[in-house]
Design a protein around this ligand. Structure first.
Ligand SMILES: [Zn+2]
Length: 98
């Protein structure tokens, strides 16, 4: 399921909020969880396996993108999240693992 991994933004609990100054902000959590017995982190949604260093890189890249173009980045993330959910549903319907 390479397609799912390409689409998945590795994020859960995404929510549009306002910061203290009343500006739009994005609240999110990464979907990565540690895998027992390894130093790897695994995305709960798509199964991507990454190092902790990679998560930091992804987080920094995302925060920079949000600073640069909040509306477009948030919109892109919501769309990617949507696509990921649909792909996961499709995989589940077919009875396969993601
Ligand atoms: Zn993922």
């Amino acid at each position: 399921m390479g397609r799912l991994k390409n689409v998945c933004p590795h994020i859960i609990d995404m929510d549009m909020v306002k910061d203290e100054a009343g500006r739009p902000a994005l609240q999110y959590q990464f979907a990565f969880e540690t895998e027992v017995g390894t130093f790897d982190w695994v995305c709960k949604r798509c199964g991507s396996r990454v190092s902790e260093n990679t998560i930091q890189v992804v987080r920094r890249r995302l925060e920079r993108a949000l600073e640069h173009n909040f509306g477009g980045t948030a919109k892109g993330l919501l769309e990617a999240q949507d696509k990921t959910t649909k792909l996961i549903e499709k995989v589940n319907r077919l009875g396969g693992a993601p």
